[in-house]
Design a protein. Structure first.
Length: 391
């Protein structure tokens, strides 16, 4: 969607070779887009953010509410205006800058469609639909995203949002002061945490706390410990933020925190069953379910409006070679981290050990980087063990 006819004509000419692969609609208003969505199933919607009448933000918000399965891509002239895209608010899964790079746009569409095919599994969606208590988008995290959208929030305002929930506030401080972060001094307030960790990273820590609170203890599965699941996710998250440089630091942390939620969703679904529960271990449960936990996690994160690049990194982390790419990405970093930690610490109960895809990783990163990252991960695990032993 774009109200500028010349932009639509240019896109139509540039993408005409894709007619055999994609069915494309070029529309000039948000209202026309909503009308089209009522009669046609779309995988991806791409919209300019600055349109008269119904602007891009309002359009994408309506699409998010009425068609959450549709991937939303926004574009605008952020670099020309000297501003940044509103990445803190999940109106769009991805933001592109004007003038539009056709290769970048086509790549974004291809990747979005690839992810849609991966998650467009009737059995998987039927499984998710049986859940009566599927966690909703974390509320404090969502309020922080909304506050940070403007880019001029003060530390006092940021701390006030977190401190509105005393339980969340206390948990954030407890987590920030834990051995996972290894800070030089103890933090005594949420404002201290914002200063020491950075505002974007504080937002990720709030997400970690709310995610942990969203999944209560699961009874009846003999070798599942929710606390152990969250502890491993924290280790993966801090390893991703400290060892690698792909993407933004807080995004790497978020990928690590969220990557194992599918296992807990599967366990939650089993606990909600009526009648006899014959499955008693995670091994038996995962075998009975018949699909992998990253896909389950992907469905949940889509419903929360988590950006596509994070969802994609999690969904593909068991087999990053399945999604076409030539550079090192989130799915590769997560794959490497989980596989090496499985070697060092053993896989999580009931999980199959993630085998390192060295052939793929050598292509996108190179042997020297893989050796360097492995040493860093080994050192991190060693330091964590020492700190926990002395705590």
């Amino acid at each position: 969607m774009d109200d500028d006819a010349s932009v639509l004509d240019a896109l139509r000419r540039s993408l005409f070779r894709r007619d055999e692969v994609w069915e494309m609609h070029f529309l000039d208003s948000g209202g026309a887009a909503l009308d089209a969505l009522r009669t046609t199933d779309f995988d991806v919607v791409i919209s300019d953010m600055n349109m008269p009448g119904m602007g891009g933000s309002e359009l994408l918000e309506q699409i998010r509410a009425s068609h959450p399965e549709v991937v939303r891509i926004a574009f605008s002239g952020w670099s020309e205006s000297g501003s940044s895209p509103p990445s803190q608010e999940p109106l769009a899964h991805q933001f592109l800058d004007k003038p539009i790079d056709i290769r970048e746009l086509a790549g974004a569409i291809d990747r979005a469609c690839h992810l849609r095919r991966r998650l467009d599994n009737k059995s998987l969606r039927d499984f998710i639909s049986t859940l009566t208590g599927l966690p909703s988008e974390p509320k404090v995290y969502a309020r922080l995203c909304q506050l940070l959208r403007g880019g001029d929030a003060s530390l006092r305002e940021i701390a006030a949002v977190v401190e509105q929930d005393p339980g969340i506030s206390a948990s954030v401080l407890r987590l920030a002061n834990s051995a996972f972060f290894g800070l030089a001094r103890k933090l005594s307030s949420v404002r201290d945490a914002a200063v020491m960790l950075g505002v974007a990273h504080l937002k990720s820590v709030v997400l970690a706390v709310e995610v942990a609170n969203a999944f209560p203890a699961v009874g009846g599965i003999s070798n599942l410990s929710v606390a152990q699941e969250h502890s491993r996710s924290m280790l993966v998250a801090t390893a991703l933020q400290d060892v690698f440089d792909v993407g933004e630091r807080d995004d790497r942390f978020t990928v690590g925190i969220l990557h194992g939620l599918g296992r807990l969703v599967i366990a939650m679904q089993w606990c909600q069953r009526d009648g006899k529960r014959e499955v008693t271990t995670m091994e038996q449960l995962l075998e009975q379910v018949g699909f992998q936990h990253p896909e389950v996690c992907g469905i949940l994160l889509e419903s929360w409006g988590i950006p596509t690049y994070i969802v994609e990194g999690i969904v593909h982390h068991h087999d990053p070679g399945r999604v076409p790419h030539a550079e090192f990405e989130f799915c590769d970093a997560l794959h490497f981290t989980v596989a090496v930690l499985d070697e060092l610490l053993g896989p999580m109960p009931g999980a199959t050990r993630v085998e390192l895809n060295e052939e793929h990783l050598k292509k996108v990163a190179g042997v020297e980087k893989l050796m360097f990252w492995r040493r860093k991960l080994e050192d991190k695990v060693g330091h964590m063990r020492e700190e926990m032993a002395s705590a």
